[in-house]
Design a protein around this ligand. Structure first.
Ligand SMILES: [Zn+2]
Length: 477
């Protein structure tokens, strides 16, 4: 039983998560009529054309957002690895750490899993309050890029729905491997979408049987897109070139000796950490020292140094409790937050606008920022980057990779080729879509939303619409 309570009149919810699928590709195929089964099923449902996901554009942050309605820095879900100042080592969710344990304690009993009560998950990362189905066959298909994954997932999900009738059935069908290897809109990725469309009626039929036709809600979406890449910047190697002693990323071991660490996630976002020059890992260096860090006998502006790298497009660092610095090659900006009004302002302080917004600086709400930036090259940055630094696991510096670049270490590219990556701020990565249908839901197209808005609709279905979060309910009549 969750803290928000649970009523017997709640609507069962099915969440279908198409991992890493490029939003623009899906939009194009859907609107051109290439997906006849989805088109028919969702003809009286909602299509959100641009769903802005959570930065960093990796599955951890998106899942945290959807289950709680909070941004990555608040859910503490910044990617699959980070550097722990306390333990002085890399923490990695595949090896020595668990996402379910790092997930923000204050949000644990207010997730949609907790609200649903009886919940089954498949392919998920943040294991807190659901029964996990582990499908080894599907895992194998996923890791080898086999499209058999699609029919297998639909088959197993259908079986679980019929047998267990969970209040929340939340499963992934991953296009991650095939997008990395074939490029974000490669032929295989198109085949994946077509195959999903072809198999979808089997799932719908099973759900109709399990819950009763029109008695349940379903959401289909992608957690993030991806960006084409051809060049790699090795961040630990770079820190070493600058004269730092970076923690290695190829060995999970005590790194007290190191004075810096750089961990990328999704390959296009970077978390960079620095020990305090006098007090070591106990203390963060703080903004002033980041802009004048004693290194090899002089004071170095780390933010400028990183921003000048060809492979880096944006460098972010916390200036103080209420403001974040944005540094690019040609200019600098400041994101500010006013707790009294709950509004954010972004202004350029030097050179040209790092975000290219070309807007007069003014204080705007989260909703106004979403409206103003959802079609920009870097959507939703002021709101999301401000909140990102709330996590104790966040780097002192956050990086987003430049077009065509990623941050993966050369020894650790597990793919035969790597044509696309994600994690960064570009709209190719930040913009996805949502298809939804359920009792009381609108029909038609909604131009934009945040992906985490799904939380608000699901919470309403579970009679918990007043739970506080960033999510906005936009899908119900
Ligand atoms: Zn990936």
């Amino acid at each position: 039983m969750s803290a928000v309570g649970r009523a017997s009149s709640t609507v069962p919810v099915v969440v279908v998560w198409l991992d890493s699928l490029a939003g623009d590709l899906f939009r194009e195929m859907y609107l051109k009529g290439e997906l006849p089964n989805l088109d028919e099923y969702f003809s009286d449902g909602v299509f959100v054309e641009r769903a802005i996901t959570c930065f960093p554009t990796v599955s951890e942050s998106a899942e945290g957002g959807i289950i709680s309605g909070f941004f990555a820095g608040e859910t503490n879900m910044l990617g699959e690895r980070y550097f722990s100042r306390k333990y002085r080592r890399m923490m990695h969710y595949k090896f020595n750490a668990k996402a379910g344990e790092d997930f923000a304690p204050n949000l644990r009993d207010r997730t949609i899993d907790a609200m649903a009560g009886k919940c089954v998950g498949m392919g998920r990362i943040i294991h807190i309050a659901y029964e996990e189905v582990v499908d080894l066959r599907a895992n194998h298909y996923e890791k080898t890029g086999s499209l058999k994954l699609v029919s297998r997932r639909i088959e197993v999900a259908s079986r679980v729905a019929l047998l267990e009738k969970p209040r929340l059935l939340f499963f992934t069908i991953s296009a991650d491997y095939i997008s990395h290897v074939n490029g974000r809109t490669g032929g295989v990725v198109r085949d994946f979408v077509k195959k999903f469309d072809k198999e979808f009626p089997k799932l719908a039929e099973a759900l109709d049987k399990a819950y009763g036709r029109e008695n349940y809600a379903i959401f289909v979406f992608s957690d993030h897109g991806s960006a084409n890449v051809s060049k790699h910047l090795d961040l630990p190697g770079l820190l070493e070139e600058y004269g730092f002693k970076p923690a290695g990323t190829d060995l999970i071991v005590d790194c007290s000796e190191a004075n810096s660490a750089a961990l990328s996630n999704g390959r296009r976002s970077g978390l960079v950490y620095f020990a305090h020059p006098e007090h070591g890992w106990r203390e963060r260096p703080g903004y002033k020292r980041l802009r004048g860090y004693p290194l090899r006998g002089s004071n170095v502006d780390i933010l400028k140094l990183l921003a000048d790298e060809e492979g880096v497009s944006h460098v972010f660092a916390m200036r103080d409790e209420r403001s974040i610095a944005v540094v690019s090659k040609d200019g600098e900006g400041i994101i500010e937050y006013d707790p009294a009004t709950n509004k954010y302002r972004y202004r350029v302080v030097k050179g040209s606008d790092p975000l290219g917004y070309d807007k007069e600086p003014c204080w705007m709400s989260e909703e106004e920022w979403l409206e103003a930036t959802n079609q920009e090259e870097y959507p939703d940055v002021p709101v999301q980057l401000f909140n990102m630094f709330k996590s104790e696991n966040c780097g002192d510096v956050v990086l987003s990779a430049a077009e065509g670049w990623d941050f993966w270490e050369p020894w650790d590219i597990p793919y035969p080729v790597l044509l696309a990556a994600h994690g960064g701020l570009s709209k190719d990565e930040m913009t996805t879509f949502i298809l939804a249908k359920g009792p009381g839901m609108k029909s038609g197209t909604i131009p934009y939303a945040r992906l985490l808005d799904i939380f608000a609709t699901v919470a309403t279905y579970y009679n918990a619409k007043d739970v506080k979060s960033h999510a906005v309910e936009r899908l119900l009549k």
